[in-house]
Structure formats: C-alpha cells, structure tokens
Design a protein. Structure first.
Lengths: 291, 247
C-alpha cells in the first residue's frame, strides 16, 4: 500500500510538470492548427539558460524562471514571425509544411546547443535537489513539490488570462474559427505570434523547474517533444483542460510502469497508454470531460 | 443607438462596389459586379446557390483578394485594408452558417464582437440592448454557443455583429435552415435594426419575404449582376416571378 501511494504521489507531481509542457503544445496546436515538433527542443534551450545562470552567476534555478520564460517568449515570437508565418503566404506551400519547418527548427536548436555546450551531461545540484519531506512513510521530493506548485500557479494564471482578458478570448476565438475571428477585428497573424511565444514561455517554465531534478544534454529535446505530443493526443487535440488530464495521466502511467514493471519500461508504458487511447477513445480525454 | 435619417432623396451612398472580378484559384466567381448601398437602406442581393452572393460579401470584408475593381465605404477603400481592419470602418459581417465560437459562452461571443476601441467603451450598454432585442440570449448567456438551437445561434450571430456598433450590417442568409416562424422573427428584427439607423446589406434566397421589406434589390446570376431595381419593381417583374417566386 505504501509503495502504491508513493507511486501515486510521484506520478501526480510529475504529471503537473507534464501538464505544463502539454498545455503549451496544445495552445499552439489550437491556434496554428499544427503540432510544434520543436517543443521539447525549446524546453532544452530554457534548461541551458537556467544552467548558465546557475553555474556562472549562482542564481537559484527557480529564480531563472524570470529569465528563461521571457527569453523563450521572444524565441517563440521570432520563430513564428520570421519562420512560420512567411510560409503561410506562399500559396504553393501547404500549411502542413509548417510542421516540417518546426522539425528543422528543433534540429537547429539541438545542434547549436551541442556546438556551445558539447554533448556532455550537465546537471544543477542545489541543496534541495535530493531533499524530501516524509509524511506517514511516504516521501515528497521538495524539488518536485516546488515544481508542482509553480506548475499549478502558472496553469491557473493561464486559464484566468484565457477566460478573463480580451487577448485571451481572442486567442480562443482564433483557435475555434480563424476566419470569423478576422471579421470580428482580430488580427489572427498577431495572435499566432503571441500564442507561439506563450507556448514557448510555458514549456520554458517546465524546463527550468525540471532541471534541479533532471540532467541536461543537447538531445533531451526529442523525448520531450514526443511526450508533449502524447499528452496533446491524450487530452484531445487543442483542448487545454484535456492537456492537464493528459499530463497527469502520462505522469501516473510512467510512475506506475517504473514501479511495478521496471525502470526500463517507463517510456514504453507512456506510449502503450498513447496507443490505447488512440484505439479506444480517439478524441482523447476531451471526449470524456466535454470541455 | 438611434440616428436620425435624412429623407430618402438626400441620402448619400455609403457602400460603392465597382467592377468587381474575384477568382478562387483559376476559377472566376464574380464578373464585373457593381452595386451601391445608400445610407439607411435595406438592399438585398438575390440569387441561386453558387451565384456569388457570399463571395461578394467576403470581398467587401476583405477576406478575398480582388483581381479587379474597387470597394469604397464612406470614401475609404476597403479593398486596400486587411480583413481585421474592416470592422473599424463600421462594417460588420454576419457570415453564412453563423460561424459562432462554439466553445465560448453566449456572452463571450458578444464580447468578441466588441473589440474595437469605440465598441469596447460602450460594451455594457450595447450588450444590454442586444439582450432586450433577443431575450432568449439573456436567458442563455452562460451557455456555450455550440449548444444553442439554430434560431438562437442566428440571433447570437446578429447580436455579435451589432456589438461593434456598425453603420453597415451585412447579413449572409440569416434565414438558412430556420423554421418559417423564426424566419419571420429574424426579418422583423432586421427591420427594427434598420429603423434604428443601421444600413443593411442582405444576401438571401428567401425572395418573397425579403422583397417586401427591402428598399432595393440586385440579382446575381452566375457571378454577374443581371437585374436591379426597387423591391416593388421586382415583385412585379415577370422574370423574377418565374425564376424566384414560382408564380
């Protein structure tokens, strides 16, 4: 029973971070209509930013959120303005080809990181990296808990933004009907730029929060792009609430897989869950929650 | 909201569409289409499916590029601005098939209709007015637009268009798919909106009703304007009777 509860706690805490990764991807998916296959690589960039500020200046990894999030926002804006939006203006290029562009962007980011930092594994060791609180035989990792609290606050903040502000409403409007949004006076191109920036900033937060409990190397982006993709599908494409469920589901699946089947199977369990959802609830969790 | 109208002979032309040619890819949809709408009028574009009525409205909204021709609204060239700017000139478009934001509430849909600075300043007032005009929307304001019935959705689409406080309201087949009694309601409300001083450009297949309420009408056939005149002239025209009224 203790092992079960321990696994449950670990899964949910990790799921909170996954949700943050998934929500960014989902926002971009909703507004642009494409999946951003450079999502994990953007997170990798944020992790290196956090690493540099920790290693050379001694800034706390959580404080670097204030640097990594705005930086990645700008990177997202740059990518959308100068690399993705221009593709839409060429009529002979299908919108789907934007996806290929994101694959290319991911490769370029990875290789730039390898060029600067080499392929070595790096990590950020803080006093709380391995600290844990014990409650009734179950241990709560301090770093994971802080990350979870940050992830929850950011998610709540994002929802307030999407529901209560005109800009947030405009983002939702563009994702539901781009042309109708245009005739209501919404500049869809601008909204796409803002959304890409926002998605990048969210995944940057996840990266900075993850670094104290993880390790870092240039190719870390790929697996996280894959995870983000799985979360987006689990949640139902374009559904932000679904992405939260998807993130937690993936976190739980990985935790239980690692505990009861074996550490090596962690990633496999996530992908098996992905296949099961595709086969049995093709619309993702969105279909179950109706939001 | 109430604006005083000048007598009909003194009214100025607000929308002037001249020699419009529009293509979808290589296919020409509109051929040399010209028409005008005067201040305070209800003008109807009639025509069968695929005649180019919706295309004309989309061209006015700058959603489509013109191959030739010009669109002027109160002296400003609408064809030279981007589509999201058109609403700032006072032109609102209620598109075909309503095109609501299905996963946003009724109230949020109305809010999205009032994003221009002037409309935003009067958002609360206008919304109250819309709810008076359509009490059903008031009852359902917290409901998602996608869950409304067809008639309610059309009311919301019109309400959303009105939220921008337009001078010209373009309606694309508001009667489509509605029960006859609801159609009467919608047309009555369109007339009420017009009496408050909003100029109306209406696209319709429901010829009989629209001809009795409109000031002037144009017929589009295969992308060309083939006939124009007042509502009464149309009701007595043999070609119209035969082709559209089935008399």
């Amino acid at each position: 029973m203790e092992v079960f509860l321990q696994t449950l706690v670990a899964g949910i805490l990790k799921g909170g971070l996954y949700a943050l990764i998934g929500i960014g991807m989902t926002l971009i998916m909703g507004v642009m209509g494409i999946i951003n296959l450079a999502h994990g690589q953007m997170m990798m960039v944020a992790m290196y930013i956090t690493y540099v500020f920790f290693h050379y200046i001694g800034l706390d990894p959580y404080a670097t959120l204030l640097i990594s999030m705005p930086s990645l926002f700008l990177l997202g804006v740059f990518i959308q303005m100068f690399l993705l939006n221009p593709l839409m203006k060429v009529e002979s290029i299908l919108p789907e080809n934007q996806v290929l562009m994101t694959v290319g962007i991911g490769m370029v980011l990875t290789e730039i990181a390898r060029f600067i930092f080499t392929s070595n594994y790096l990590s950020v060791k803080t006093s709380y990296s391995t600290a844990a609180i014990h409650i009734g035989g179950i241990s709560f990792s301090v770093a994971l808990m802080i990350a979870f609290i940050f992830a929850c606050s950011l998610t709540v903040g994002l929802f307030v933004f999407l529901i209560k502000t005109d800009l947030g409403r405009s983002i939702r409007a563009v994702s539901q009907d781009g042309e109708a949004a245009e005739i209501m006076g919404i500049n869809a191109e601008q909204i796409k730029i803002v959304t890409m920036g926002l998605g990048a900033a969210l995944v940057a937060a996840a990266g900075s929060l993850l670094l104290p409990i993880y390790y870092l190397f240039p190719d870390i982006g790929g697996p996280f792009t894959r995870k983000a993709f799985v979360i987006t599908i689990l949640g139902g494409l374009g559904s932000t609430v679904g992405a939260i469920f998807g993130g937690v589901a993936l976190g739980l699946a990985e935790a239980f897989g690692a505990t009861y089947i074996g550490m090596d199977f962690e990633d496999m369990i996530g992908l098996i869950l992905f296949l099961l959802v595709l086969i049995f609830i093709p619309g993702g969790f969105k279909r179950l929650t109706k939001v | 909201m109430l604006r005083l109208l000048r007598p009909i002979w003194e009214r100025t032309i607000v929308l002037k569409v001249e020699h419009l040619d529009v293509f979808y890819g290589d296919l020409q949809i509109l051929w040399d289409v010209s028409f005008e709408v005067k201040e305070g009028e209800i003008v109807v574009l009639l025509g069968a499916n695929g005649a180019g009525k919706s295309t004309t409205l989309k061209a006015v909204s700058s959603l489509l590029k013109l191959a030739n021709g010009s669109i002027e609204f109160q002296g400003s060239r609408l064809d030279q601005v981007r589509s999201h700017k058109v609403i700032e000139f006072g032109v609102a478009h209620v598109p075909e098939g309503r095109r609501l934001f299905p996963e946003m509430t009724v109230e949020e849909n109305l809010i999205i209709g009032s994003l221009t600075p002037e409309a935003k300043a009067k958002r609360k007032e206008t919304m109250k007015r819309i709810y008076e005009l359509f009490p059903r929307l008031d009852e359902r304001k917290r409901q998602n637009a996608g869950t409304l019935s067809g008639g309610e959705q059309q009311m919301l689409a019109i309400g959303r268009g009105m939220m921008s406080l337009p001078k010209l309201l373009m309606l694309d087949e508001p009667s489509l798919g509605l029960a006859p009694i609801l159609v009467m309601d919608i047309f009555r409300i369109v007339q009420m909106i017009n009496k408050e001083g909003v100029t109306i450009l209406l696209v319709e297949q429901n010829v009989k009703h629209t001809l009795t309420m409109c000031d002037r009408a144009y017929v589009l056939e295969n992308g060309r304007i083939t006939l124009s005149g007042t509502g009464n002239e149309f009701l007595n025209n043999d070609h119209i009777k035969e082709a559209y009224l089935g008399i």
